[in-house]
Design a protein around this ligand. Structure first.
Ligand code: ZN
Length: 303
């Protein structure tokens, strides 16, 4: 199995505590334990969405020792003053981006993570979120990354933002809440991988006191997303399993299993979810031939 969207520095339980631990040496022990648990259920490849403390770089080193393939963006890139502070570094303009990109490359980034939009609003149903970069900026960012052979992973919700990301030629669309049929067709045509991350909302529906009063909105958005996933599957969109583990109520290891179950809920058969997790996960994580061989050798052992 491959999980294409996690945050190794967070724990899915207590954001503040996890952030504090991330600043201490204790985090190395915690991550090593997490990796051992991932391996126990047959997950050998993880792709991280980034953190500002660069814990994902420490994790990548530990992953090598634990024989886990771990892909890190070093830090995500977000628009100055907007959502994304704990995920990475801010940029005001393209010059800022170029400087940051140079730094990320020096740290051996595996992919570029861009925070293009905000989060889903749980308080009232609004089917869009703010978009932080304009099309010209995003196009230039994608071009710079591609010219350097670095794939682009984009956090985006809202139909317009998703359309912009597709038009700019990104490699993977992460989340994609409030997607419309138009973008689903475009993703199918252009072979873009969609990581729908159903777990952050789906897991809240299992019952959570903190978000109890927002339950109706969460349920509506989650149901709409399930419908979009079903349509995307029918249209032949390449989707992969990405749990957003580390996010509230999505704990490492269990989160990946939760994501598989949410995808099954959309109507996709379990065998097909596993097949797409591996096949599309390999592409989403940009694995090389040796790494692909490692995935299939471990997959055989699991079977
Ligand atoms: Zn994430």
């Amino acid at each position: 199995m491959i999980d294409c969207h996690i945050h190794i520095s967070l724990d899915g339980i207590d954001f503040k505590k996890a952030r504090e631990l991330s600043k201490t040496e204790e985090i190395e022990k915690i991550i090593r334990k997490r990796f051992k648990e991932y391996k126990k259920i047959g997950i050998y490849v993880l792709k991280d969405g980034g953190d500002d403390l660069e814990v994902s770089c420490i994790a990548r080193k530990i992953a090598g020792e634990e024989k886990i393939i771990f892909k890190s963006p070093v830090k995500a890139v977000y628009k100055h003053g907007m959502y994304g502070k704990f995920l990475g570094s801010p940029v005001r303009d393209l010059d800022d981006f170029k400087n940051l990109f140079h730094y990320l490359k020096s740290k051996d980034m595996d992919h570029l993570k861009i925070v293009l939009s905000g989060l889903v609003d749980f308080e009232k149903y609004i089917n869009h979120t703010e978009i932080f970069f304009n099309k010209k900026e995003l196009k230039e960012i994608v071009n710079i990354s591609k010219d350097n052979g670095i794939p682009v992973m984009v956090h985006v919700n809202s139909s317009d933002g998703i359309d912009m990301a597709i038009e700019c030629g990104v490699d993977t669309i992460e989340h994609g809440y409030f997607i419309k049929d138009r973008e689903i067709y475009k993703m199918a045509e252009r072979d873009i991988i969609w990581i729908p991350t159903l777990s952050p909302l789906g897991n809240l529906m299992k019952g959570d006191n903190r978000f109890k009063s927002f339950f109706n909105v969460i349920e509506r958005v989650y149901r709409e997303h399930l419908y979009s996933v079903a349509l995307a599957y029918a249209m032949g969109v390449k989707m992969a399993v990405g749990s957003d583990s580390g996010c509230y109520k999505v704990e490492h290891v269990q989160g990946t299993l939760d994501e598989v179950n949410h995808l099954i809920k959309s109507g996709i058969r379990k065998e097909d979810v596993i097949t797409m997790a591996i096949k599309n996960g390999i592409k989403a994580c940009n694995l090389n031939d040796n790494e692909i061989g490692y995935v299939y050798r471990n997959n055989k052992r699991c079977l």
